[in-house]
Design a protein around this ligand. Structure first.
Ligand code: AMP
Length: 407
């Protein structure tokens, strides 16, 4: 009887070794850059109470309304697979009294995140993010430092940086009234979706591709023209610091991020190489979020970048540098144990080595050594021989010291 084939759930995928190496290399580079800038690792749970995201990300956001993987545990508590990282970091900051530490507290994380979105290229239901957050200071130097770090983590991908400021909650509130008025005046030209959300989330109208909506938005009032003096100054400082660092950006008053908690600076790196899912990484300031989650008033700023999207947008490295390997050839079954010992001894000396484990003929083993890019083969027979895979030269050796020194 045929057994049904098992497959990964829709919108998820396996990371095969070829890509795994690139992912790890990206994470290692990110770890280096972030640690150099004083960011420590903070790991939060992959599932949290649903209420954290409802309160932290915002009830009116697409994430909370449509995209969360929510389930009940056996005690009837509602849990959610984390759709983003900032809410969890703020919860941890409050829970561990981190406001008592010297400020700012700078942390970074990486790991899986989950959103119930329609899967397509660059958009998955489980994806990996690298994120960084700085809590406890509203210094514009942190906004600028984080933008520069994100640029570094994204690396050689061809991206443009969009930058804007959303001001404070009060400005946003007043602006929301003006924007709703403008949207109502052009209501019959708006898409159904935008029209249905005029009250709830009028800012989303900036994200629409719908032609009528775009017409209405062309002369919409701009939040960036209404910033309170201290917010305008903060934004000018962030821009001056980016100029100072030689970082190009485009001011984009229509930049709206899909989460409710942002205040002041918002930014996003986009890549034309990605098509519809063009956001590679983005973030902003969220000066009210910690308080909203029950902590003391605490400014914060941070970002998250999608690992899959960074790699999709990055030029493929020609060939992974990978260290040259030694292949340990087993000429006959009695030599199996000796070959194993030699392989272990080489690895203990930091030499990347692999031995034959698939029962190939000696000729087949040589082919395999070639295929995997080994530079040398150790032939374990009645004598020990070292073969140079590049020039084919072969010589008898005494022991593993000769292999180590021949590299
Ligand atoms: P966001 O919190 O929505 O700004 O997401 C931050 C980054 O995570 C985005 O710029 C993407 O690179 C990545 N990302 C978000 N959602 C997905 C998804 N469904 N699939 C893959 N990557 C995603």
């Amino acid at each position: 009887m045929a057994v049904a084939k098992l497959q990964v759930p829709r919108g998820t995928f396996d990371v095969l070794p070829k890509d795994g190496e690139r992912r790890r290399a990206l994470e290692a580079d990110a770890a280096k850059a972030l640690s150099l800038a004083g960011y420590g690792v903070l790991e939060t749970p992959i599932f949290e109470s649903t209420e954290l995201f409802a309160r932290g990300v915002g009830e009116s956001t697409d994430i909370v309304q449509k995209e969360m993987f929510t389930f009940e545990d056996k005690g009837g508590r509602s849990l959610t697979l984390r759709p983003e990282g900032t809410a969890g970091v703020c919860r941890a900051y409050i829970e561990h009294g981190m406001h008592k530490l010297p400020q700012p507290v700078k942390v970074w994380y990486s790991g899986p995140f989950f959103r119930h979105e329609a899967p397509q290229a660059g958009r998955y239901r489980q994806f990996a993010q690298i994120g960084a957050e700085a809590l406890g200071s509203d210094d514009p130097a942190l906004d600028a430092e984080l933008i520069l770090l994100l640029r570094e983590v994204i690396g050689p991908a061809d991206t443009r940086l969009r930058l804007s400021s959303l001001g404070n909650a009060e400005t946003r509130g007043e602006y929301g009234v003006a924007l709703r008025k403008h949207l109502r005046a052009g209501e019959n030209r708006l898409s159904d979706e935008v029209r249905a959300r005029i009250d709830q989330n009028p800012l989303r109208a900036f994200d629409s591709d719908h032609p009528g909506t775009r017409e209405v938005m062309a002369d919409a009032p701009r939040l960036i023209d209404r910033l309170a003096p201290d917010d305008a100054e903060h934004f000018a400082d962030v821009r001056a610091l980016l100029d100072e660092a030689g970082c190009d950006y485009e001011i984009d008053p229509g930049l709206v991020r899909g989460l409710d908690y942002y205040t002041r600076t918002v930014f996003e790196f986009e890549s034309a190489a990605l098509g519809a899912q063009s956001g590679v990484g983005g973030g902003g300031r969220y000066d009210g979020l910690v308080e909203q989650l029950g902590g003391p008033p605490t400014p914060g700023v941070g970002w998250a970048a999608g690992v899959e999207r960074i790699l999709l947008a990055s030029p493929h490295a020609e060939k992974l540098a990978g260290s040259p390997r030694i292949y340990v050839v087993v000429t006959k079954p009695e030599k199996h144990r000796e070959a194993f010992g030699i392989t272990q001894a080489l690895r203990a000396r930091g030499v990347p080595a692999e031995m034959e484990t698939a029962g190939r003929s000696v000729k087949g083993q040589m082919k395999q050594a070639d295929r995997m890019g080994a530079t040398k083969a150790v032939i374990v027979g009645d004598r020990l021989e070292l073969k140079d895979m590049l020039d084919g030269g072969q010589k008898v050796i005494e022991g593993i010291e000769d292999i180590v020194s021949a590299r």
